[in-house]
Design a protein around this ligand. Structure first.
Ligand SMILES: Cc1cc2nc3c(=O)[nH]c(=O)nc-3n(C[C@H](O)[C@H](O)[C@H](O)COP(=O)(O)OP(=O)(O)OC[C@H]3O[C@@H](n4cnc5c(N)ncnc54)[C@H](O)[C@@H]3O)c2cc1C
Length: 284
C-alpha cells in the first residue's frame, strides 16, 4: 500500500490539494499529480484523496478512494533522497478510473477520513513498538560499549540524557497504544511523533560526532529503490541523513506543534481566511 496525499502545491496545507476526481457513470476519473509517495514503486494499492467539488470550501470538497496502482493511467517516477535512495516517488495520475465502490466514506467527506489516517500514521511513525534500547538509541549505545577509546565526559552526559529521553518516549508510546485499543488516536499522537523526530535527529547526530572521522564515511550512495522504509539500518551516516526526513514525513514538526498547541493545550487557533471560500476561488 502507499499513500497518495501530498501534492506539489499541497503538503502542510493538504486540504488545498488539486487532483480532481470527476464522476463518470459508476466510476470516478482521476487526474492530477502526487508527490513524496513512499513505496509507490512496490505498492499494489493506494489510498488517495482527490477533489470532487471545487465549488465547496477546500476541506469540504474532498473524497477518499482506494486506487489500483496497476491502472494504466498511474505513472510512478523515483525521487532520490539525501540518503541516495529513492524510497519515495512522484506519481502522475492521468485518466485513472476508480469504481465508486472503492470510495471510502461519503462523497465530500474525505477530509474526515484522511484525518483518521493521518492521526494513525503519526502514532505508527512515532510510537511503534520497540524493545528497550531499540530504534535509534540502539546503535549509538552499542558503539559506546564497544569503543571506550571514543568516550569523553561530555558525550557520556549527552548519551545518558538521550538514552533516558528515548526510554521515556518508548514508554509513552506503549501507553498511547494501550489507549488506542479503546478507540481512535487523538492529537496526542502528534506529540509522540514530534518527540520521535527530535530524538532521532539528536541521537544520530551524537553517533556521527562520537565516531569522529569514521562518522563521515558513507557506505553506499548508489541509487536503489528499497522495498521497505528503514530509519535505522545501514551505517551512522545513513541514520543521520535519513533522520532529517523524520521532522517532515507524516506532518512537519512545525505543523505538529500547531496541532499540540491548538488541540491538546487549547491555545487560540491560527488565523484562517479560507474557511468559507470556494476552493476554486482561492489564490494558488
Ligand atoms: C521521507 C518522506 C516520506 C514521505 N512520504 C509521503 C507519503 O508516502 N505520502 C504522502 O502523501 N506524503 C509523503 N511525504 C510528504 C510529507 O507529508 C510532506 O512533505 C509534508 O507534509 C510537508 O509538506 P511540504 O513538503 O509540501 O512542505 P510545506 O508544507 O511547503 O512546508 C514548508 C515549510 O513551511 C513550514 N510550514 C508550513 N505551514 C506552516 C504553518 N501553518 N505553521 C508553521 N510552519 C509551517 C513547514 O513546517 C516547513 O518547514 C513524505 C515526506 C518525506 C520527507
Amino acid at each position: 500500500w502507499c499513500q497518495l496525499f501530498s501534492e506539489p502545491g499541497a503538503g502542510s496545507d493538504l486540504a488545498a490539494l488539486a487532483t480532481r476526481a470527476v464522476r463518470d457513470g459508476d466510476d470516478w476519473v482521476i487526474d492530477g499529480q502526487k508527490v513524496w509517495t513512499s513505496s509507490a514503486h512496490v505498492a499494489r494499492w493506494a489510498i488517495l484523496i482527490a477533489r470532487t467539488d471545487p465549488d465547496l470550501p477546500k476541506h469540504r470538497g474532498i473524497s477518499y478512494f482506494i486506487c489500483d496502482m496497476a491502472d494504466p493511467g498511474v505513472d510512478v517516477r523515483p525521487l532520490r533522497q539525501i540518503t541516495g535512495e529513492a524510497e519515495f516517488n512522484e506519481v502522475f495520475l492521468s485518466g485513472v478510473r476508480i469504481p465508486d465502490s472503492h470510495r471510502l466514506g461519503p462523497v465530500g467527506d474525505g477530509w474526515k477520513v484522511a484525518q483518521t489516517t493521518l492521526m494513525n500514521e503519526r502514532v505508527s511513525i512515532g510510537g511503534s513498538r520497540i524493545p528497550r534500547e531499540g530504534g535509534m538509541i540502539g546503535p549509538v549505545s552499542q558503539t559506546w560499549r564497544n569503543r571506550p577509546d571514543l568516550r569523553t565526559h561530555d558525550t557520556h552526559q549527552r548519551l545518558l540524557t538521550l538514552w533516558v529521553e528515548a526510554e521515556v518516549a518508548r514508554l509513552t508510546g506503549e501507553r498511547l497504544r494501550q489507549q488506542l485499543v479503546a478507540g481512535q488516536p487523538g492529537p496526542e499522537g502528534s506529540g509522540m511523533k514530534l518527540a520521535f523526530a527530535r530524538l532521532n535527529q539528536q541521537i544520530s547526530g551524537l553517533e556521527v560526532e562520537l565516531l569522529g572521522d569514521e562518522g563521515l564515511l558513507y557506505g553506499d550512495w548508489t541509487m536503489v529503490r528499497p522495498e521497505l522504509v528503514d530509519f535505522t539500518g545501514r551505517d551512522a551516516g545513513y541514520r543521520y541523513l535519513r533522520s532529517k526526513g523524520n521532522s517532515i514525513e507524516g506532518g512537519t514538526s512545525e505543523v505538529l506543534l500547531n496541532i499540540v498547541a491548538e488541540r491538546v493545550l487549547g491555545l487560540p487557533a491560527e488565523p484562517r481566511n479560507d474557511k468559507d471560500v470556494a476552493w476554486k476561488d482561492l489564490s494558488r
